[in-house]
Ligand binder design. Structure first.
Ligand code: NAD
Ligand code: MG
Length: 393
């Protein structure tokens, strides 16, 4: 029986994870869950899955959750705050941690799980983007296992030889091809992009996801973050990670080998596939995802990403090449800009402008300790906030 902590239980990845584990009650049990503010949803999850511990944002949330759970027979310990998140991620009772909090808030608990030697299922790509070196060092020194949930990285992982113990060169890999849907504005007139609304931006053509990652998909910052994520997960330079726009989202990514072979992973666009893969790895289990119906696929198309349309993808490549804390600056500026866009305080095309201005204004330092990463994150948020306020006038 694998005992799990599910960080971000009320989110989109959280829901898909719960759906997979309820199909296999003999294999998985939920020991702890966390959520930020959606307490009604969290109370439903606790009632159904009966975890021993739940963590919410603050004391008021904990009181409210206790009220919602009054009369529920089983006892769930309710805790709150960032420290408690790290504790449920590293507790000795837990084998596996699903890191599915969105944004930089996921870094500390993900790192705690890695340091405690857990099997870490990584959906929270932002933590690798911010501090890839530190997170991987924690994995190495504790003997933790890091398995990618992001569909592209899970596809690459599945297309590589088992464990690829000798690195990508030893495995004869020429390059990694990350596929991208191109999001909702792939062919929208360029001059219409400045007027895009949050509702239009979060309406992704193929995937149902949280609001932040949906906006990232619309700007293609998501693919940029994924390039950086691939760099850390697979130990490969930016020059060997290519992005291919593939609007159908059927091929989830590919690996090209020295002999010209290309190995891809295909399937319906449903996150339950990578989640089930990582939960059961190296075995295979039912995920609830339907068979891919080849007879109904109209065709598979491919094109190069347009960096004029999607400047965020260029900025992410530049941050990866710059190294150090540049990726942490990119990530933090983007989080602030996306939040402002969703709040209607910033236009859609303003997101890339704010991120680029932050990268230009703030020099990157070495990202060798958590303090310097967190300092870069804080400086970038301050800079972005100032820029966003200035753009409003
Ligand atoms: P979501 O917005 O649907 O859910 C986010 C979860 O994090 C919620 O449970 C929320 O309560 C919690 N949360 C939010 N802010 C928090 C904070 N400050 N402190 C603690 N908890 C907080 O997001 P999602 O779409 O499920 O994405 C989660 C992560 O997985 C992101 O890093 C995203 O990039 C990654 N991811 C998602 C998908 C997808 O299909 N949704 C695919 C690949 C990767
Ligand atoms: Mg992805």
């Amino acid at each position: 029986m694998q005992k799990l902590t599910l960080l971000g239980a009320t989110g989109s990845i959280g829901a898909s994870t719960l759906d997979v584990i309820q199909r296999h009650p003999e294999r998985f049990s939920l020991w702890a869950v966390s959520a930020h503010r959606q307490l009604e949803r969290l109370a439903e999850i606790i009632t159904k899955y009966q975890p021993a511990v739940a963590v919410v944002a603050d004391a008021a949330g904990a009181d409210r959750l206790a009220t919602l759970l009054a009369g529920v027979s089983h006892a769930c310990l309710i805790r709150h705050g960032a420290e408690a998140l790290c504790e449920i991620a590293s507790a000795p009772q837990v084998d596996t941690v699903m890191a599915a909090i969105v944004g930089a808030a996921g870094l500390a608990p993900t790192l705690a799980a890695a340091r405690a030697g857990k099997r870490v299922l990584l959906a929270n790509k932002e933590s690798l983007v911010m501090s890839g070196d530190i997170l991987l060092e924690a994995v190495r020194s504790s003997g933790a296992t890091l398995l990618p949930i992001d569909s592209e990285h899970n596809a690459v992982f599945q297309s590589l030889p088992d464990g690829f113990p000798h690195g990508l060169d030893g495995a004869g890999v020429r390059r990694i091809l990350l596929t991208a849907s191109g999001g909702p504005f792939r062919i929208a007139p360029l001059e219409s992009l400045h007027a895009v609304t949050p509702e239009q931006a979060v309406a992704h053509p193929n995937w149902v996801m949280g609001r932040k990652i949906s906006v990232d998909s619309a700007t293609m910052m998501n693919k940029g973050l994924e390039v950086i994520e691939a760099h850390w997960l697979f130990g490969v330079g930016a020059d060997r990670i290519d992005v291919v726009v593939h609007p159908q989202s059927v091929i989830h990514s590919m690996v090209e080998y020295a002999d010209g072979s290309v190995i891809a992973q295909l399937g319906n666009p449903d996150m339950r596939t990578p989640i089930a893969h990582a939960l059961a790895y190296p075995e295979r289990i039912e995920s609830g995802v339907a068979s891919l119906d080849f007879m109904r696929l109209a065709g598979l198309c491919f094109e190069a990403p347009d960096l004029r349309r999607f400047p965020c993808l260029r900025l992410a490549y530049e941050a990866l090449k710059a190294g150090g804390t540049a990726s942490a600056i990119l990530n933090a500026a983007n989080e602030e800009a996306v939040a402002a866009f969703l709040d209607r305080r910033l236009g859609f095309t303003g997101i890339a402008h704010v991120v680029e201005a932050c990268l230009d204004a703030l020099g990157a330092d070495a990202a060798d300790c958590l303090d310097s990463v967190l300092a870069a994150d804080a400086r970038a948020r301050e800079q972005a906030t100032t820029l966003i306020a200035a753009r409003m006038h």
